[in-house]
Design a protein around this ligand. Structure first.
Ligand SMILES: Cc1cc2nc3c(=O)[nH]c(=O)nc-3n(C[C@H](O)[C@H](O)[C@H](O)COP(=O)(O)OP(=O)(O)OC[C@H]3O[C@@H](n4cnc5c(N)ncnc54)[C@H](O)[C@@H]3O)c2cc1C
Length: 715
């Protein structure tokens, strides 16, 4: 394969070199054509087919090799053959030439380009996969995009060759007609600037705006199709109705009220959604208490002979609720009403693209609205393992109601929620067994990163069972057992309390989506496009209900796009930007991430370099008895541009912010290194990682010369 590629490269390079070496370009000039016009026309009169064939082949060669001259040849073709025959010959010659260039470029370049720039081509690839023919069509129609550039760029995408051919032929036809028509008049033109007559200019302008018109027309036709069976109210009660008052819904309503839209926020349960009531806030409050317990248990390492903690589990859980109550005013009905949001407690159901029915304690009412944001969030997924209902279980929704510490807790699931809760309960004194189907905890992280967490979990006494798949649960009186498949055999594990943390399911049913025909993806989330728009251009979704991330900060990020697009989409819509998404798992050690890790980079075919810095070497970490963990940064090979970073260790969730900022604003590791960090702090870890990168890329030659210079200076 490599040999064939090399041979093809040599042939193409030789042909291009010959073109320039023999100055063949002189024959593709207006001057040359005009000097030969009479001779060419007389030859064509006696040999029409031969002339057409030679012209056709030369055109294919010029376009296939991406040589300059195709535009001029189109004009010349019009002059020689006239409008219809000229258009016919050039339409086929240009499409065949373009397709040859496309095939050659794909064969020679695509793998390398995808490997090197795969992360940045991701969006284009996805766009081409979804809307490729239309995308190419628009590029072909607009003559400002150079013909050969379109061929080469499209070759780097996954577009099929046959699609490329027919779309090119159709898309180039109008421009070909305009050029050939201009060429027909070529006898009267002395220079290329002569073709800029008002008539031709008008046709170019039309060609330029045609794709926009086409896109608008397609959107209009699509919208008419989905709205056809619904009757649209003449007037609207609201500009926006937001369903769900979790992170996504609250921010959507807040933005709408800020820009003076009339907005209703409907919540059927508790304001603040999962994050406040059963997610981020209670889990972080519990983690704080258990971190203290961990400090107590390692008092000796801090020079204290003995320390003990006298804890009452029920009091710990009550404190968690106190924290929730303290944060609750941030998300309260009163606060949002004061901001100008009409908050309604009730269950919302979408009854048409413009109406939402709300069942409240007082009765049911219906609001008509210009736009809707669906922010109904998600809930814990409970696997249908036989016997699970009989043994009973808690989830991240209900674990907060426990007031008695289970003696033996079985945690099913090794994702962030399962890990955070497993460690908390172990530190509170429960005997925790954590069962994970795959080979590692935190399956989205690189293996050696997860290994640091697993090592700590085991050291703290958590019985980790990786590659265990629950087959069924058994209950005999108070005795509960899970039977797992492991290494081809069966393993029995006894427990008193089961905590299911096996992923989350989007809330997509029971509020009208089915009747509206709004689809869900394979993973169960609401199907939206890059504008977070459903099949109805006035209905949007944000947060866990649409994914792909399930974090509070991504829910609020999406909420901006959903609400702004819902309210102002007729003027301008914004594509949601997922280029720099961070997150953190708040285990001890914390695991914080932004952008790519090695696993993702490999999966996407992105070339990368890895730089690591061990936090065991950091002065502040040593002073704090927290000398463990790592900063791992992926950069573009040979460059300091950050592709992604993972930090494991104390305060990792705080430390990652510097690298998020760097990535977001295109600052490389050089800039991180060139920033003064306070000594001694944990934040120096990123700077030292940048220093490791710099050392690995030191200009060795230059340093050798510097060494010689200093030796010479010493005499
Ligand atoms: C244990 C745990 C810990 C977590 N820790 C973190 C963390 O540390 N950091 C982080 O970023 N994320 C964390 N998350 C994730 C975070 O909580 C979610 O990503 C976030 O809450 C999603 O917000 P949302 O608005 O999409 O949905 P939700 O918060 O689920 O809100 C949806 C709301 O819609 C309401 N609703 C649903 N249907 C209707 C209807 N028909 N009518 C009216 N109302 C309706 C629901 O009652 C709910 O209040 C954690 C989650 C859990 C479970």
């Amino acid at each position: 394969m490599k040999g064939t590629r090399l041979l093809l490269l040599v042939v193409v390079a030789a042909l291009v070199a010959a073109y320039f070496a023999f100055d063949l370009g002189q024959y593709l000039s207006l001057d040359y054509f005009k000097s030969q016009q009479a001779a060419i026309e007389s030859y064509r009169a006696s040999h029409p087919w031969e002339t057409a064939l030679v012209f056709f082949l030369v055109y294919v060669a010029v376009t296939g090799l991406s040589l300059p001259g195709a535009a001029l040849m189109t004009l010349v073709g019009g002059a020689i053959f006239g409008l219809l025959p000229g258009t016919l010959i050039i339409s086929f010659a240009s499409t065949i030439g373009a397709t040859l260039a496309f095939i050659v470029a794909r064969f020679l370049l695509r793998d390398g380009v995808q490997r090197r720039f795969g992360d940045r081509l991701g969006a284009i690839n996805a766009g081409v996969a979804k809307d490729g023919p239309f995308y190419l069509f628009t590029l072909r129609l607009v003559p400002v995009f150079p013909f050969f550039v379109v061929n080469l760029v499209m070759a780097l995408t996954p577009l099929r060759t046959s699609t490329f051919y027919w779309v090119s032929q159709l898309g180039m036809l109008p421009a070909t007609l305009v050029y050939v028509n201009a060429g027909r008049e070529i006898g009267r033109i002395d220079s290329l600037s002569g073709i800029l007559s008002p008539g031709l200019l008008l046709s170019f302008v039309l060609l330029g705006i045609f794709p926009l018109i086409a896109r608008k027309a397609v959107a209009f036709v699509k919208a008419r199709r989905v709205y056809a069976r619904w009757s649209r109210p003449a007037r609207f009660d609201r500009n926006l109705v937001v369903i769900g008052a979790g992170s996504a819904g609250l921010v959507s309503a807040y933005i709408a009220a800020t820009v003076k839209a009339k907005v209703t926020l409907v919540e059927k349960s508790r304001m603040g959604g999962d994050c406040l009531n059963t997610g981020c806030v209670p889990s972080k409050a519990l983690i704080r208490t258990t971190r203290f317990l961990s400090d107590v248990s390692r008092a000796r390492s801090l020079g204290i002979r003995a320390a003990s903690a006298d804890l009452d589990f029920a009091e710990v859980m009550e404190r968690v609720q106190r924290v929730v109550r303290t944060v609750a005013p941030h998300d309260s009905i009163e606060r949002y009403r004061a901001l100008g949001v009409d908050v309604v407690i009730g269950a919302a159901r979408i009854t048409s693209p413009w109406t939402v029915e709300i069942a409240t304690e007082e009765g049911t009412r219906t609001l008509s609205t210009r736009a809707i944001v669906i922010a109904t969030g998600g809930r814990p997924a409970v696997p249908g393992v036989p016997g699970i209902e009989e043994v009973g279980y808690v989830t991240s929704d209900t674990v907060w109601e426990l007031r008695t510490l289970p003696r033996r807790l079985l945690v099913i699931g090794g994702g962030p929620i399962g890990c955070e809760l497993a460690q908390c309960f172990a530190r509170l004194g429960a005997q925790v067994t954590q069962v994970q189907r795959g080979p590692q905890l935190l399956p989205k992280e690189d293996p050696e990163i997860a290994a640091l967490v697993m090592q700590r979990f085991r050291a703290e006494g958590i019985d980790l069972r990786t590659e265990h798949t629950p087959l069924h649960f058994e209950r005999d009186g108070d005795a509960r057992t899970v039977v797992c498949e492991h290494a081809g055999g069966q393993v029995r594990i006894g427990f008193d309390q089961l905590l299911v943390a096996a992923g989350r399911t989007a809330n997509v049913s029971g509020f009208g989506l089915e009747a509206l025909g709004i689809g869900v993806r394979k993973d169960g989330t609401v199907d939206t496009n890059e504008f977070l728009e459903t099949i109805y251009p006035n209905i949007y979704a944000a947060g866990d209900v649409t994914g792909p991330f399930q974090f509070t900060h991504t829910a609020s990020h999406q909420a901006w796009y959903a609400s702004v697009n819902a309210l102002f989409g007729r003027f301008r819509r914004f594509k949601v930007d997922y280029s720099v998404i961070p997150w953190c798992t708040f285990t001890d050690p914390e695991v914080a991430r932004v952008g790519l890790n090695e696993r993702d980079a490999k999966a996407r075919g992105v070339a990368y370099e890895v730089t690591t810095y061990g936090i065991d070497d950091l002065d502040r970490a040593i002073a704090d008895e927290a000398a463990h963990g790592v900063v791992k940064v992926l950069t573009v090979p040979g460059k300091d541009r950050i592709l992604g970073a993972t930090i494991v260790g104390e305060h990792a969730g705080e430390l990652i912010t510097e690298l998020i900022l760097a990535m977001r604003h295109g600052l490389g590791l050089d800039k991180v290194l060139g920033t003064i960090h306070v000594y001694p702090t944990f934040s120096e870890a990123s700077k030292y990682a940048a220093g490791s990168w710099k050392r690995a890329h030191a200009p060795q030659r230059l340093l050798e010369w510097a060494g010689r210079y200093h030796a010479w200076r010493r005499g």
